[in-house]
Design a binder for this molecule. Structure first.
Ligand code: ADP
Length: 972
């Protein structure tokens, strides 16, 4: 009653809170349903705790009731029936006259082939519908009171060889058989007939339940083991196929588990209850027995890291041999499995001992610490196998694989623990490798910055010495400094390249490039290096190479530079050969070609045994012979990584002392099929150290250079001195921002790493104001930070280009010339052609685009000339100024629109803008820009989008330059 009242109270309070959401007297009641924030993180109420505790008690009581019922008070009306054993005294008489009495199980001392008759009296409690159940493994006849009631002749089996395993057979008996004499005759020729294990009698269902009690548990455990093995194998296959991870040990463990479970299942007496053929199980279990140990040897071989592979191989060979030989003997009926069993078991035992010895040796040597769980598992498994073997051979007890099952489960458990620990360890190692790599990359980035900054000063100042000095001795010293500086930079470059490759940051780009230019530059590099060592150059450039191809020109160049540098480095006399050709391949589409290069030399060559390690990182060969040659052993490793990243191949053939040939084959897409013939010849230039003359002058141009390092500012100013450009210097970001808001510049050169604000912030601030006077001024970043995909990163930030420190005089000039308004540049006599050529290849424009760009330059008059033409046409200078101003503002707007159209590939709109610009440029007599706008318009209409993509940047820049001049004039 009290219980009912308390229960009702609890429910009333809770339902109240649930329905009305407000507390019933006590505040905390609401929290029983819901926490103050809608959750219930506050903790459990007392009632909640009580409920949990009671739930557990109920669970335990249920389990206890079930177990006590099953194990102590057995009571099953459903089974009913009776069952007993003919376990009284039996008499026997053999064909050789041996007689006596025995009880079951009987194992008489008979010879091979000697027959025997067992006799006893049937009990009085036999009822109608009962059966005799005999475990039979040989030919047998059963007589009751002299009448033959059952006969088995195993020669009826479909398999060759004898039957080797006992199975249960039944014989119907009735109350009429009470007290009669039963005779069991076993007389199979050439076999041991001495066993009679057991004879049961009773109702069929009782016999079946009794058998189940004895054998089903082990049978089920074996079946579960089989499924475990299959699951492990499926898991390993999924890991392999989906995640490309191989786990050899686990694979072998899976196979081993399947093999042992197959043996256990086929060896079980429950087998005939579930399978269709009573004769195959014995043969299968005998065949599986020796080889089931093999996967475990392979498993241990993997775990022991192949330390005892010979022992493993010998064990495998012995087990296979015994399996094959005993099977042949059995099937040919020369010797049945039953007779060869002791030999097979001895071999299994012997190999198990060998495995045991290796584990003990590993233990003594301390290797087993790495797999201590498996060590315990495998030792238990070996002990269990030994017990099982003893039982099978000596019949001490009836185990029927129980110990094997225990051992195998134990081993699987320990292997699981081992695998989980290994996984955790690998994961931790992976994390620490990633962390170490991150630390390494950061270190390299910092080191690069720290080393490049002072080298920048050294090289810059040295360049000044070279330019201004007239003394030949000092020129020689300065030249040495220049060479050593370059070498140091190339070493830093290689280390950084390698770290980029290792960090997976190698970014392969695909842009159209002019092959003649590419070839000319490569040959220029080769000629210069070969000349330094007095080596001859032999060229073989195929005329059919397509004029424009698409691929990563810069990385291919890097590969060739590496190979050519090596060829020159390791050749003391003779010649360096360069062969280039393009060929079709069945594996490529019609639009693709293999671009192939061969760099050959008559140098020191490479020993055959060293060819294999040639491409390993930090590997230098023949160190003694090469001791005077500088190198890091990284070049070829980088070459290989680059070639493979571009889906190409690199090969080497070499004769020691005679020379080497490095061949590279890289697939590229053809943009223009037109053959280059020998057009590259006119483009080849060799970079010689001559007395310096500026490639151009631009006295009207204004540049702002920003760097916190005073010597860098000085170097840039000095390097550009001869160009007569007006250079404004700022040694911090704030000053740069102030200058940029008040004065218009044609170009910014901004250092990245400055105390706040850094170069990125300065550019962001300038570009934040769309109406600012320098909103469209191009900006080049100067940086010593050469790690990662720096260039792309900077372009993303809005920089127009990138110059790596230490800045080289010629590159700086060319870069500045590229971005200054064209009409402010006065071409110098020297080097203008070079600059154009390298400009073209640097921007990756096609031959057509290059031609157009040059046409623009040629046709552009000075601003004044154009203006006077426009003024003449309108007859009024002010109006002409208005018109040009309007054209400039509208053109800039159209260019912005074209840029966004191009980004989303909306070519219809792109064509409309190009058309508009064409008209506007015609109206202000800008013939070059008009022609280029027209070309863009027709390219858009004809679907020549590659042309648009390749030329847009340069077209946009030239138009912008023109517009900026117009707008600036207006302001002035
Ligand atoms: P290194 O900086 O040492 O030149 P590389 O990776 O470029 O590093 O080359 C690795 C090694 O291969 C060199 O140390 C050299 O022994 C050998 N090697 C490379 N190219 C040649 C060549 N053309 N002739 C002979 N040996 C070469």
């Amino acid at each position: 009653m009290i219980f009912v009242l308390v229960y009702a109270k609890i429910w009333y309070t809770h339902v109240y809170v649930f329905l009305w959401g407000r507390p019933y007297r006590q505040n905390h009641m609401r929290e029983a349903w819901m926490g103050s924030d809608g959750s219930n993180k506050e903790g459990m109420t007392g009632l909640h705790r009580v409920c949990l505790a009671v739930s557990w008690i109920v669970v335990f009581v249920i389990a206890a009731v079930f177990l006590v019922g099953q194990c102590v008070f057995k009571h099953n009306e459903f089974r009913g029936g009776r069952m007993g054993y003919l376990d009284g005294e039996w008499t026997y008489e053999s064909t050789q006259g041996k007689t006596g009495t025995t009880t079951l199980p009987a194992r008489l001392d008979l010879d091979l082939g000697e027959g025997v008759t067992f006799k006893t009296t049937l009990p009085d409690d036999i009822r109608d519908g009962m059966y005799l159940c005999l475990s039979v493994g040989k030919n047998m006849r059963v007589y009751i009171d002299g009448n033959l009631r059952m006969s088995h002749d195993f020669s009826d089996s479909e398999l060759p060889g004898r039957v080797v395993k006992n199975a249960f057979f039944t014989l119907e008996i009735s109350s009429l058989d009470r007290g009669k004499t039963i005779e069991i005759v076993r007389d199979e020729p050439g076999a041991f007939n001495r066993y009679l294990y057991e004879v049961r009698y009773g109702e069929l269902y009782s016999i079946y339940s009794d058998l189940k009690k004895e054998y089903l548990f082990k049978f089920l455990m074996s079946t579960i083991l089989f499924l475990d093995g299959v699951l492990v194998c499926i898991g390993v296959a999924i890991l392999n196929i989906v995640f490309k991870v191989t786990n050899e040990p686990l694979k072998y463990l899976g196979f081993g588990t399947i093999a042992v479970s197959v043996w256990l299942i086929t060896d079980s007496y429950m087998y005939s209850l579930f399978f269709e053929n009573t004769y195959v199980d014995g043969v299968v279990s005998y065949m599986v027995a020796p080889i089931m140990a093999i996967p475990f040897f392979l498993y241990m071989n993997e775990i022991m890291e192949h330390r005892y592979e010979n022992v493993c191989t010998m064990s495998m060979a012995s087990l296979l041999l015994i399996d094959v030989v005993t099977t042949i003997l059995h099937f040919t009926d020369i010797m049945s499995y039953g007779l060869t069993r002791p030999i097979s078991n001895a071999m299994i035992g012997l190999t198990a001992i060998m495995l045991f010895v290796t584990i003990i040796k590993d233990h003594i040597l301390g290797y087993s610490k790495k797999y201590k769980w498996i060590e315990v598992g495998i030792l238990v498994m070996i002990v269990c196998t030994a017990i099982e073997l003893l039982e099978v051979n000596l019949h001490i007890m009836t185990l029927n694989g129980l110990f094997l099952i225990i051992g195998l489960y134990f081993l699987l458990g320990t292997a699981l623990v081992h695998s989980v620990r290994e996984l955790i360890k690998t994961e931790n190692e992976r994390k620490s490798v990633i962390e170490a790599n991150r630390v390494k990359s950061t270190f390299l980035a910092n080191m690069s910055h720290e080393i490049r900054t002072p080298i920048n000063s050294i090289m810059g100042m040295n360049e000044m010495i070279l330019r201004e000095n007239k003394d030949p001795d000092i020129a020689e010293y300065a030249d040495h400094i220049k060479r050593s500086g370059k070498l140091l930079l190339s070493i830093i470059g290689e280390v950084l390249d390698l770290s980029k490759i290792e960090a997976g940051k190698l970014d392969i780009k695909s842009n159209p490039y002019n092959t003649a230019n590419f070839i000319a530059e490569t040959i220029g590099f080769l000629s210069e290096h070969a000349a330094e060592k007095g080596l001859e150059v032999k060229l073989d450039i195929e005329e059919e190479i397509p004029a424009v191809m698409e691929g990563d020109e810069n990385h291919i160049k890097q590969i060739l530079i590496n190979l050519i540098t090596n060829a020159c480095k390791y050749t003391h006399e003779g010649q360096i050969g360069l062969r280039m050709y393009a060929e079709k391949s069945d594996e490529l589409s019609a639009k693709e070609r293999i671009f192939a290069f061969e760099v050959s030399d008559t140098g020191i060559g490479i020993k055959r045994e060293n060819l294999g390690k040639l491409f390993d990182s930090f590997t230098r060969l023949d160190e003694k012979k090469n001791s005077g040659i500088q190198g890091t052993g990284l070049g070829l490793n980088i070459v290989k990584s680059l070639v493979e990243a571009m889906h190409g191949k690199v090969e080497v053939s070499s004769s020691y002392g005679i020379g080497s040939v490095f061949s590279v084959r890289i697939p590229q897409t053809v943009i223009s099929e037109e053959p280059i013939e020998d057009s590259w010849r006119t483009l080849v230039t060799v970079d010689k150290q001559e007395s310096y003359t500026a490639t151009f002058t631009a006295p009207e141009a204004k540049i702002l250079v920003v760097d916190d390092n005073a010597s860098n500012l000085m170097i840039i100013r000095q390097l550009l001195k001869e160009t007569k450009i007006n250079i404004e210097l700022a040694d911090n970001g704030d000053e740069a921002i102030d200058l940029a808001t008040t004065r218009r510049f044609d170009l910014f050169l901004l250092d990245h790493m400055m105390p706040h604000p850094d170069g990125l912030t300065v550019l962001k601030t300038i570009r934040a104001n769309e109406h600012g006077i320098n909103y469209r001024t191009p900006a080049i970043v100067l940086t010593a930070n050469a790690v990662g995909n720096s260039r792309d990163e900077y372009l993303k930030y809005g920089f127009d280009d990138y110059l790596s420190k230490p800045v080289d005089g010629l590159s700086l000039e060319q870069m500045v010339m590229k971005y200054l308004p064209k009409n402010k540049i006065v071409q110098g006599d020297n080097g203008s052609k070079d600059a154009d050529a390298s400009n073209a290849s640097a921007t990756g424009t096609t031959g057509e685009a290059i031609a157009n760009e040059q046409a623009t330059k040629a046709s552009e008059g000075s601003y004044d000339a154009n203006f006077s033409k426009v003024a003449k046409m309108f007859g009024d200078e002010n109006f002409a100024l208005e018109v040009m101003n309007k054209v400039a503002t509208d053109t800039l707007k159209h260019l912005d629109k074209m840029k966004s159209d191009l980004m989303i590939e909306r070519y219809d709109d792109y064509v409309i803008c190009a058309h508009a610009i064409k008209g506007m440029m015609a109206s202000v007599y800008q013939e070059g820009l008009r022609a280029r706008a027209k070309e863009h318009e027709s390219a858009g209409k004809d679907g020549r989008y590659d042309y648009i993509k390749a030329d847009f940047e340069s077209f946009c820049r030239d138009c912008t330059d023109f517009c900026n001049i117009v707008l600036e004039r207006k302001r002035d």
